[in-house]
Design a protein around this ligand. Structure first.
Ligand code: C2E
Ligand code: MG
Ligand code: MG
Ligand code: MG
Length: 291
């Protein structure tokens, strides 16, 4: 025991750090292979218009299933893609894949809109604009079919650069949404400067809303603020009928969350309902999307 203790004392901090670093390096290495071997996939989560209950579109969410068959959370691997610079290539790949799906989607659902998450890093670089433009042209899609979600951090890093990228994206008629609103450095200046089309209220406020008067007041205030700026608002992470009802009363425009539908591969979209309030399965109209 004494020997153990001695050893523990000697290695009190460094081993934990290097263990962590090692695990990260291992994951990064595995991820590099995964990118090369096309182990990444895209899941889609439905988004509904709250006033009518009608399906409005989907959010594309990156998924990685490693060789051992485990699903690695995007929260763990996206920072690694960002640090290694691979996020640029992965975003290009995802845009191509998701827009090819979107093209098919819009054949059976003409105003279907797809949201794609964009890293703060990509918002600093004109490459994103070229990549989006190319993908839109390739699949003959109008810019309005696509929405790009960025978090508030994207604006803080280098507001001037991000502003230029935003302006160019707007010229392509692509919509911009602020993701996870309220969790970052929510300066209202950014809403004015970048004039997004939509704001997504972070899940944490939606979770707290039913039991906390404070959270409920915040959600209500965000919705009013966003509307007064002529933007629309999406609530993310809606898990219960009660949350849905409250958001509806507050005039929230769109909802997304497990209550409405989980993120799933395209093959599973047959079970997605075209209207939240009438619940008819889409299976028939969704044929031809099974790739
Ligand atoms: P996000 O953009 O805020 O995406 C919403 C996250 O909430 C997703 O997690 C989704 O699966 C989860 N979610 C949706 N509805 C519910 C619900 O009702 N309850 C709960 N508890 N969770 C819900 P996911 O897929 O793990 O993604 C995490 C984050 O990773 C995303 O947050 C986004 O910031 C990032 N991400 C995902 N895909 C991409 C991508 O292609 N590119 C970039 N740059 N980031 C991505
Ligand atoms: Mg998002
Ligand atoms: Mg979000
Ligand atoms: Mg979120």
């Amino acid at each position: 025991a004494a020997k153990r203790q001695g050893r523990d004392r000697l290695q009190i901090y460094t081993p934990m750090l290097s263990e962590q670093t090692l695990a990260k390096v291992r994951l990064a290495k595995e991820l590099r292979l995964a990118v090369q071997q096309a182990q990444l996939t895209v899941f889609y989560q439905p988004v509904y218009a709250l006033r009518t209950g009608r399906l409005s579109g989907a959010e594309a969410l990156l998924r990685w299933r490693n060789q051992a068959g485990e699903w690695i959370s995007p929260a763990d691997f996206i920072p690694l893609l960002e640090e290694s610079g691979q996020i640029v290539a992965v975003t290009d790949w995802l845009l191509g894949r998701a827009l090819s799906h979107l093209r098919t989607w819009r054949q059976s659902w003409p105003d279907f809109r797809l949201a794609v998450n964009i890293s703060a890093i990509s918002m600093q670089d004109r490459h994103l604009v070229q990549s989006v433009e190319l993908a839109l042209q390739r699949y003959r899609l109008e810019g309005q079919a696509l929405e790009l979600e960025v978090t508030e951090t994207a604006f803080i890093r280098d507001p001037d650069k991000a502003g230029l990228v935003c302006d160019e994206l707007k010229r392509l008629s692509v919509d911009l949404a602020v993701d996870d609103f309220g969790t970052g450095y929510s300066s209202l200046i950014y809403l004015k400067r970048f004039a997004p089309d939509r704001v997504k209220i972070d899940r944490s406020f939606v979770v707290g809303m039913v039991n906390s008067q404070g959270d409920q007041a915040l959600v209500r205030a965000i919705i009013e603020l966003v509307h007064s700026l002529n933007m629309t608002v999406v609530a993310e992470g809606v898990e219960t009928q009660e949350q849905l009802q409250l958001l509806r009363e507050m005039g929230c425009d769109y909802v997304q969350g497990y209550y409405c539908g989980h993120p799933q591969p395209l093959e599973a979209w047959g079970s997605v309902v075209p209207n939240l309030f009438t619940h008819r399965p889409l299976a028939d109209s969704w044929q031809g999307l099974g790739q």
